[in-house]
Design a protein around this ligand. Structure first.
Ligand SMILES: C[S@@+](CC[C@H](N)C(=O)[O-])C[C@H]1O[C@@H](n2cnc3c(N)ncnc32)[C@H](O)[C@@H]1O
Length: 248
């Protein structure tokens, strides 16, 4: 295989054009159990991380959010609850994830505040300068070319708009990182097998986390896309991380 045309799918090397299909396969397979599994695998901690994301983002009434790789819309629901009044567009590659989210929107009578759009983070189906806020939560790690997704985020945000990325990251302490690896590589795929009868999807999850750039490298990518005042905050010692930037 020619190096320029390959990428990572967890620890496997695959052709670039193959990755999106494989990622879609993973999330199609977990869609109906996604929200429950999120709580089980992280022992509910993903909720605290998303709360921290909302604290830093501080949504304001009337803002228009684009939530890319938004899946079942978890971040969008939180954004709307904090903003009080606003609109969220959830964009995702995997339609079955959006279908689950739409069911929740109907149950919560929020249909009018949300749109659900199938689309790729690397080629967003939206015009330039059209959103106040762009979020991507536990999504950019799955994108074939994360830099392209950041460039697209910059394009669709209006001047004055805000980018916020929530993603797994690297623990800056070797001993702790090894303990965490021991947990994630042994426990997470086994739990995926036990609860969802799907070891492979959760094996991909832990491998893709270890492959993702560390905090400083990703900060450089946010800046390279054109964002200003780019900063990050570690969550749970760096297990996850928030990156923020502004289109000024
Ligand atoms: C782990 S889920 C995150 C869902 C949600 N943002 C959350 O935090 O709960 C990752 C999502 O990224 C989506 N995804 C992966 N690659 C994508 C891409 N290139 N463009 C858009 N969505 C993508 C998947 O379909 C999946 O729904």
């Amino acid at each position: 295989m020619n190096d320029e045309q390959t990428t990572h799918f967890g620890y496997q090397t695959v052709r670039e054009e193959e990755k999106a299909g494989r990622v879609r396969g993973v999330f199609t397979s977990v869609a109906s159990r996604y929200d429950v599994m999120n709580d089980v695998m992280s022992v509910g901690i993903h909720r605290l991380w998303k709360d921290a994301m909302m604290d830093w983002l501080a949504p304001r009434p009337g803002q228009k959010l684009l939530d890319v790789a938004g899946g079942t819309g978890d971040v969008s629901f939180r954004f709307l609850a904090r903003a009080g009044r606003g609109h969220a567009t959830v964009c995702d590659l995997t339609e079955p994830m959006l279908v689950e989210g739409r069911k929740r929107a109907e149950a919560e009578r929020l249909e009018d505040s949300l749109d659900w759009v199938v689309g790729d983070a690397m080629a967003l189906p939206f015009p330039n300068n059209s959103f106040d806020v762009y979020t991507i939560s536990f999504g950019i790690r799955n994108v074939t070319r994360p830099q392209k997704a950041l460039d697209e985020a910059y394009r669709v945000l209006r001047p004055g708009g805000r980018l916020m990325v929530l993603e797994f990251s690297q623990i800056p302490n070797d001993l702790m990182q090894r303990a965490y690896d021991l947990y994630s590589f042994n426990v997470i795929p086994a739990m995926g097998q036990l609860i969802a009868n799907d070891r492979d999807s959760y094996q991909y999850l832990v491998e893709s986390i270890r492959r993702f750039p560390d905090q400083e490298t990703f900060l450089g990518m946010v800046e390279a896309a054109g964002f200003e005042q780019a900063k990050y905050r570690n969550l749970s010692m760096g297990i996850a991380c928030l990156h923020s930037g502004w289109k000024l």
